[in-house]
Ligand binder design. Structure first.
Ligand code: NAD
Ligand code: MLT
Length: 320
Protein backbone atom coordinates (compact mmCIF):
# COMPACT_ATOMS: atom_id res chain seq x y z
CA UNK A 1 0.00 0.00 0.00
CA UNK A 2 1.38 3.41 -0.97
CA UNK A 3 1.99 5.94 1.78
CA UNK A 4 1.21 9.40 0.42
CA UNK A 5 4.17 11.71 1.08
CA UNK A 6 2.95 15.22 0.30
CA UNK A 7 5.66 16.98 2.26
CA UNK A 8 8.98 15.80 3.65
CA UNK A 9 10.93 17.85 6.19
CA UNK A 10 14.72 17.45 6.26
CA UNK A 11 15.82 18.77 9.64
CA UNK A 12 19.53 17.83 9.67
CA UNK A 13 21.96 18.57 6.88
CA UNK A 14 22.17 15.57 4.54
CA UNK A 15 23.81 15.33 1.12
CA UNK A 16 21.78 17.23 -1.57
CA UNK A 17 21.34 13.92 -3.45
CA UNK A 18 18.52 13.18 -0.98
CA UNK A 19 16.53 16.28 -1.96
CA UNK A 20 17.23 15.69 -5.66
CA UNK A 21 15.96 12.12 -5.60
CA UNK A 22 12.82 12.96 -3.59
CA UNK A 23 11.94 15.90 -5.85
CA UNK A 24 12.66 13.89 -9.00
CA UNK A 25 10.04 11.45 -7.76
CA UNK A 26 7.46 14.15 -7.12
CA UNK A 27 7.90 14.39 -3.34
CA UNK A 28 7.98 18.02 -2.10
CA UNK A 29 10.81 18.78 0.34
CA UNK A 30 11.40 21.47 2.98
CA UNK A 31 14.93 21.82 4.43
CA UNK A 32 15.15 23.47 7.85
CA UNK A 33 18.33 22.76 9.78
CA UNK A 34 19.28 23.53 13.38
CA UNK A 35 15.73 24.19 14.64
CA UNK A 36 15.12 24.55 18.36
CA UNK A 37 12.74 22.08 19.97
CA UNK A 38 9.94 24.68 19.90
CA UNK A 39 10.55 25.43 16.23
CA UNK A 40 10.45 21.72 15.42
CA UNK A 41 7.22 21.25 17.41
CA UNK A 42 5.66 24.05 15.35
CA UNK A 43 6.98 22.77 12.02
CA UNK A 44 6.40 19.03 12.33
CA UNK A 45 2.56 18.97 11.94
CA UNK A 46 2.97 20.29 8.36
CA UNK A 47 4.83 17.18 7.20
CA UNK A 48 4.18 13.51 6.64
CA UNK A 49 7.84 12.56 6.23
CA UNK A 50 10.91 13.53 8.25
CA UNK A 51 14.58 12.96 7.35
CA UNK A 52 17.13 13.31 10.15
CA UNK A 53 20.77 12.62 10.90
CA UNK A 54 21.89 12.75 14.54
CA UNK A 55 21.16 16.33 15.67
CA UNK A 56 17.37 16.17 15.64
CA UNK A 57 15.79 14.42 18.61
CA UNK A 58 12.47 12.86 17.72
CA UNK A 59 11.12 12.64 21.25
CA UNK A 60 7.68 11.47 22.39
CA UNK A 61 6.71 15.17 22.51
CA UNK A 62 7.71 15.65 18.87
CA UNK A 63 5.83 12.48 17.89
CA UNK A 64 2.73 13.72 19.75
CA UNK A 65 2.87 17.02 17.85
CA UNK A 66 3.39 15.24 14.52
CA UNK A 67 -0.24 14.96 13.55
CA UNK A 68 0.46 13.96 9.93
CA UNK A 69 3.77 12.13 10.26
CA UNK A 70 3.94 8.69 8.61
CA UNK A 71 7.65 8.04 8.31
CA UNK A 72 10.95 9.07 9.92
CA UNK A 73 14.12 8.26 7.98
CA UNK A 74 17.52 8.32 9.64
CA UNK A 75 20.34 9.01 7.19
CA UNK A 76 22.67 6.85 9.24
CA UNK A 77 22.75 3.71 11.35
CA UNK A 78 21.67 4.38 14.95
CA UNK A 79 18.04 5.29 15.57
CA UNK A 80 18.70 6.13 19.21
CA UNK A 81 17.61 9.75 18.66
CA UNK A 82 14.08 8.55 17.86
CA UNK A 83 11.58 7.50 20.52
CA UNK A 84 10.76 4.19 18.84
CA UNK A 85 8.05 3.25 21.33
CA UNK A 86 6.14 6.51 20.78
CA UNK A 87 6.57 6.24 17.00
CA UNK A 88 5.41 2.61 16.91
CA UNK A 89 2.40 3.38 19.12
CA UNK A 90 1.34 5.98 16.56
CA UNK A 91 1.99 3.72 13.56
CA UNK A 92 4.89 5.86 12.33
CA UNK A 93 7.48 3.95 10.30
CA UNK A 94 11.08 4.51 11.41
CA UNK A 95 13.75 3.48 8.92
CA UNK A 96 17.51 3.88 8.67
CA UNK A 97 20.32 3.24 6.19
CA UNK A 98 22.26 0.41 7.80
CA UNK A 99 25.57 -0.21 6.13
CA UNK A 100 25.77 3.06 4.17
CA UNK A 101 28.43 4.45 6.48
CA UNK A 102 29.98 1.23 7.86
CA UNK A 103 33.20 1.42 5.86
CA UNK A 104 33.74 5.05 6.85
CA UNK A 105 33.21 4.26 10.55
CA UNK A 106 35.50 1.24 10.19
CA UNK A 107 38.26 3.24 8.52
CA UNK A 108 38.14 5.93 11.22
CA UNK A 109 38.43 3.19 13.86
CA UNK A 110 41.50 1.73 12.16
CA UNK A 111 43.07 5.19 11.86
CA UNK A 112 42.48 5.79 15.58
CA UNK A 113 44.02 2.44 16.56
CA UNK A 114 47.13 3.30 14.55
CA UNK A 115 47.15 6.79 16.07
CA UNK A 116 47.07 5.35 19.60
CA UNK A 117 49.97 3.03 18.79
CA UNK A 118 52.19 5.76 17.33
CA UNK A 119 51.02 8.95 19.09
CA UNK A 120 50.42 10.70 15.77
CA UNK A 121 47.91 13.30 16.99
CA UNK A 122 49.63 14.17 20.26
CA UNK A 123 53.08 14.35 18.65
CA UNK A 124 51.65 16.57 15.91
CA UNK A 125 50.09 18.86 18.51
CA UNK A 126 53.41 19.06 20.36
CA UNK A 127 55.36 19.80 17.17
CA UNK A 128 52.91 22.53 16.16
CA UNK A 129 53.37 24.03 19.63
CA UNK A 130 57.09 24.35 18.86
CA UNK A 131 58.48 21.29 20.66
CA UNK A 132 60.63 18.45 19.28
CA UNK A 133 59.66 15.57 21.60
CA UNK A 134 61.05 12.45 19.89
CA UNK A 135 61.55 10.49 23.10
CA UNK A 136 58.21 11.32 24.69
CA UNK A 137 56.19 10.06 21.72
CA UNK A 138 57.96 6.79 21.01
CA UNK A 139 55.21 4.20 20.43
CA UNK A 140 54.72 0.48 19.98
CA UNK A 141 54.05 -1.78 17.01
CA UNK A 142 50.64 -3.24 16.34
CA UNK A 143 52.09 -6.44 14.90
CA UNK A 144 51.69 -9.28 17.36
CA UNK A 145 49.31 -7.36 19.64
CA UNK A 146 45.80 -8.58 20.45
CA UNK A 147 42.81 -6.53 19.33
CA UNK A 148 39.49 -7.32 20.98
CA UNK A 149 36.44 -6.40 18.93
CA UNK A 150 33.22 -6.18 20.95
CA UNK A 151 30.30 -6.33 18.53
CA UNK A 152 31.01 -8.33 15.39
CA UNK A 153 28.37 -6.80 13.13
CA UNK A 154 28.88 -4.73 10.01
CA UNK A 155 31.58 -2.42 11.37
CA UNK A 156 33.27 -4.72 13.90
CA UNK A 157 34.10 -7.41 11.38
CA UNK A 158 35.44 -4.88 8.84
CA UNK A 159 37.73 -3.45 11.54
CA UNK A 160 38.94 -6.93 12.49
CA UNK A 161 39.87 -7.94 8.95
CA UNK A 162 41.68 -4.65 8.26
CA UNK A 163 43.68 -4.77 11.49
CA UNK A 164 44.71 -8.37 10.71
CA UNK A 165 46.69 -6.85 7.83
CA UNK A 166 48.83 -5.13 10.49
CA UNK A 167 49.59 -8.53 11.98
CA UNK A 168 47.25 -8.13 14.95
CA UNK A 169 45.63 -11.18 16.54
CA UNK A 170 41.89 -10.56 16.64
CA UNK A 171 39.54 -11.86 19.32
CA UNK A 172 35.98 -10.78 19.91
CA UNK A 173 32.57 -11.18 21.45
CA UNK A 174 29.06 -10.88 20.07
CA UNK A 175 26.08 -12.73 21.54
CA UNK A 176 24.62 -13.57 18.12
CA UNK A 177 27.81 -14.51 16.28
CA UNK A 178 28.90 -18.12 16.69
CA UNK A 179 32.47 -19.28 17.21
CA UNK A 180 32.40 -20.74 13.67
CA UNK A 181 31.06 -17.55 12.07
CA UNK A 182 33.71 -15.47 13.85
CA UNK A 183 36.44 -17.89 12.79
CA UNK A 184 35.37 -17.37 9.15
CA UNK A 185 36.78 -13.82 9.40
CA UNK A 186 39.71 -14.88 11.60
CA UNK A 187 38.30 -13.65 14.90
CA UNK A 188 38.55 -15.99 17.87
CA UNK A 189 35.28 -15.73 19.75
CA UNK A 190 35.78 -15.57 23.51
CA UNK A 191 33.68 -14.70 26.53
CA UNK A 192 34.21 -11.19 27.89
CA UNK A 193 35.89 -12.47 31.05
CA UNK A 194 38.46 -14.27 28.86
CA UNK A 195 38.98 -11.19 26.70
CA UNK A 196 39.83 -8.66 29.42
CA UNK A 197 43.21 -10.14 30.48
CA UNK A 198 44.49 -10.79 26.94
CA UNK A 199 43.56 -7.66 24.98
CA UNK A 200 46.12 -4.95 24.19
CA UNK A 201 43.45 -2.89 22.37
CA UNK A 202 39.67 -3.05 22.77
CA UNK A 203 37.33 -1.50 20.22
CA UNK A 204 33.56 -1.41 20.72
CA UNK A 205 31.07 -1.74 17.84
CA UNK A 206 27.74 -2.47 19.53
CA UNK A 207 24.56 -0.43 19.73
CA UNK A 208 24.01 1.46 22.99
CA UNK A 209 21.44 -0.70 24.75
CA UNK A 210 21.01 -1.56 28.45
CA UNK A 211 23.29 -4.63 28.02
CA UNK A 212 26.11 -2.54 26.52
CA UNK A 213 25.85 0.66 28.58
CA UNK A 214 29.07 0.93 30.65
CA UNK A 215 30.22 -2.40 29.20
CA UNK A 216 33.78 -1.20 29.83
CA UNK A 217 33.83 0.30 33.31
CA UNK A 218 36.10 0.87 36.28
CA UNK A 219 35.83 -2.78 37.37
CA UNK A 220 36.61 -4.07 33.88
CA UNK A 221 39.79 -1.96 33.72
CA UNK A 222 41.06 -3.76 36.82
CA UNK A 223 40.71 -7.09 34.93
CA UNK A 224 42.50 -5.81 31.81
CA UNK A 225 46.20 -5.79 30.95
CA UNK A 226 47.84 -2.72 32.51
CA UNK A 227 47.98 -0.05 29.82
CA UNK A 228 45.19 -1.48 27.66
CA UNK A 229 44.06 0.98 24.96
CA UNK A 230 40.38 1.46 24.14
CA UNK A 231 38.53 2.84 21.12
CA UNK A 232 34.91 3.95 20.80
CA UNK A 233 33.52 4.89 17.38
CA UNK A 234 30.12 3.38 18.24
CA UNK A 235 28.11 5.24 20.87
CA UNK A 236 29.04 7.31 23.93
CA UNK A 237 28.19 5.44 27.12
CA UNK A 238 29.40 1.99 26.00
CA UNK A 239 32.68 2.87 27.72
CA UNK A 240 31.87 4.45 31.09
CA UNK A 241 33.44 7.92 30.91
CA UNK A 242 34.01 8.21 34.65
CA UNK A 243 35.65 4.76 34.82
CA UNK A 244 37.78 5.54 31.77
CA UNK A 245 39.04 8.81 33.24
CA UNK A 246 39.98 7.06 36.48
CA UNK A 247 41.77 4.27 34.59
CA UNK A 248 43.66 6.80 32.45
CA UNK A 249 44.70 8.71 35.56
CA UNK A 250 46.07 5.65 37.39
CA UNK A 251 47.65 4.05 34.30
CA UNK A 252 45.37 1.00 34.03
CA UNK A 253 44.34 2.44 30.65
CA UNK A 254 47.23 3.48 28.42
CA UNK A 255 45.21 5.49 25.92
CA UNK A 256 41.74 6.05 24.53
CA UNK A 257 40.45 7.12 21.15
CA UNK A 258 36.94 8.50 21.23
CA UNK A 259 34.67 9.62 18.40
CA UNK A 260 31.48 9.52 20.46
CA UNK A 261 30.52 10.77 23.91
CA UNK A 262 27.82 10.21 26.53
CA UNK A 263 26.69 13.79 25.92
CA UNK A 264 27.21 15.50 22.60
CA UNK A 265 26.43 18.93 21.18
CA UNK A 266 24.00 20.37 20.30
CA UNK A 267 22.21 18.76 23.27
CA UNK A 268 25.00 19.12 25.81
CA UNK A 269 28.74 19.74 25.90
CA UNK A 270 31.14 16.79 25.92
CA UNK A 271 33.12 15.81 29.05
CA UNK A 272 36.14 18.13 28.81
CA UNK A 273 38.24 16.23 31.37
CA UNK A 274 38.39 13.23 29.06
CA UNK A 275 39.09 15.17 25.88
CA UNK A 276 41.82 17.18 27.56
CA UNK A 277 43.59 14.12 28.99
CA UNK A 278 46.99 13.78 27.26
CA UNK A 279 46.39 10.11 26.48
CA UNK A 280 43.08 10.73 24.73
CA UNK A 281 42.68 11.20 20.99
CA UNK A 282 39.24 12.58 20.22
CA UNK A 283 37.20 13.42 17.14
CA UNK A 284 33.77 15.12 17.07
CA UNK A 285 31.55 12.18 15.95
CA UNK A 286 33.21 11.92 12.53
CA UNK A 287 32.70 8.18 11.94
CA UNK A 288 30.27 8.71 9.08
CA UNK A 289 31.67 12.00 7.91
CA UNK A 290 33.05 11.17 4.49
CA UNK A 291 31.68 12.31 1.16
CA UNK A 292 31.11 8.67 0.13
CA UNK A 293 29.16 7.69 3.25
CA UNK A 294 27.07 10.86 3.22
CA UNK A 295 26.15 10.38 -0.43
CA UNK A 296 25.27 6.72 0.19
CA UNK A 297 23.03 7.38 3.21
CA UNK A 298 21.34 10.35 1.51
CA UNK A 299 20.44 8.26 -1.52
CA UNK A 300 19.44 5.21 0.54
CA UNK A 301 17.05 7.18 2.75
CA UNK A 302 15.47 8.93 -0.26
CA UNK A 303 15.06 5.65 -2.16
CA UNK A 304 13.18 4.16 0.77
CA UNK A 305 10.84 7.17 0.96
CA UNK A 306 10.17 6.81 -2.78
CA UNK A 307 9.51 3.08 -2.29
CA UNK A 308 6.92 3.87 0.40
CA UNK A 309 5.22 6.56 -1.69
CA UNK A 310 5.29 4.46 -4.83
CA UNK A 311 5.60 0.70 -4.25
CA UNK A 312 6.00 0.10 -7.99
CA UNK A 313 9.22 2.16 -8.03
CA UNK A 314 12.50 0.21 -8.48
CA UNK A 315 13.41 0.83 -4.83
CA UNK A 316 12.62 -1.06 -1.64
CA UNK A 317 12.63 -0.42 2.09
CA UNK A 318 15.81 -1.92 3.52
CA UNK A 319 16.35 -0.19 6.87
CA UNK A 320 14.50 -1.18 10.01
P1 NAD B 1 25.45 -3.88 13.67
O1 NAD B 1 24.05 -3.97 14.13
O2 NAD B 1 25.80 -4.36 12.31
O3 NAD B 1 26.41 -4.64 14.72
C1 NAD B 1 26.30 -4.49 16.09
C2 NAD B 1 26.64 -5.82 16.71
O4 NAD B 1 26.68 -5.64 18.12
C3 NAD B 1 25.58 -6.90 16.43
O5 NAD B 1 26.17 -8.01 15.77
C4 NAD B 1 25.07 -7.27 17.81
O6 NAD B 1 24.76 -8.64 17.96
C5 NAD B 1 26.25 -6.87 18.68
N1 NAD B 1 25.92 -6.77 20.09
C6 NAD B 1 24.72 -6.47 20.66
N2 NAD B 1 24.81 -6.54 22.00
C7 NAD B 1 26.09 -6.90 22.28
C8 NAD B 1 26.79 -7.15 23.48
N3 NAD B 1 26.18 -7.07 24.69
N4 NAD B 1 28.09 -7.50 23.40
C9 NAD B 1 28.71 -7.61 22.21
N5 NAD B 1 28.09 -7.40 21.03
C10 NAD B 1 26.80 -7.04 21.06
O7 NAD B 1 25.88 -2.35 13.86
P2 NAD B 1 27.02 -1.56 13.09
O8 NAD B 1 26.45 -1.00 11.84
O9 NAD B 1 28.23 -2.39 13.05
O10 NAD B 1 27.22 -0.31 14.10
C11 NAD B 1 27.88 -0.47 15.32
C12 NAD B 1 27.77 0.80 16.15
O11 NAD B 1 28.43 1.88 15.48
C13 NAD B 1 26.34 1.29 16.41
O12 NAD B 1 26.28 1.79 17.73
C14 NAD B 1 26.19 2.46 15.44
O13 NAD B 1 25.21 3.38 15.84
C15 NAD B 1 27.58 3.04 15.49
N6 NAD B 1 27.98 3.90 14.38
C16 NAD B 1 28.68 5.02 14.68
C17 NAD B 1 29.13 5.82 13.66
C18 NAD B 1 29.89 7.08 13.98
O14 NAD B 1 29.73 8.05 13.27
N7 NAD B 1 30.72 7.11 14.98
C19 NAD B 1 28.85 5.50 12.33
C20 NAD B 1 28.14 4.34 12.06
C21 NAD B 1 27.70 3.53 13.10
C1 MLT C 1 25.26 6.62 12.72
O1 MLT C 1 24.66 6.00 13.62
O2 MLT C 1 25.07 6.37 11.52
C2 MLT C 1 26.27 7.63 13.10
O3 MLT C 1 26.10 8.16 14.32
C3 MLT C 1 26.63 8.53 12.01
C4 MLT C 1 26.04 9.90 11.88
O4 MLT C 1 24.96 10.07 11.36
O5 MLT C 1 26.73 10.84 12.21
Amino acid sequence: MAIPLRSVLISDEVDPLCVDLLKKNGIPVTCKYGMSKDELLKEIPKHDGLVIRSSTTVSAEVIAAATNLRVVGRAGTGVDNVDLEAATAKGIIVLNTPGGNSISACELTCALIADLARNVSVACQSLKAGRWDRKLYSGSELQGKTLAVLGLGRIGREVATRMQAYGMKTVGFDPIVSREDAAAFNVEKMELEQIWPVADYITVHTPLIPQTRNMINDKVFTKCKKGVKVVNVARGGIICEEGLLKALQDGRCGGAALDVFAEEPPKAPVTRALIEHPKVVATPHLGASTSEAQMRVAVEVAEQFVALANPSSPYSVTGV
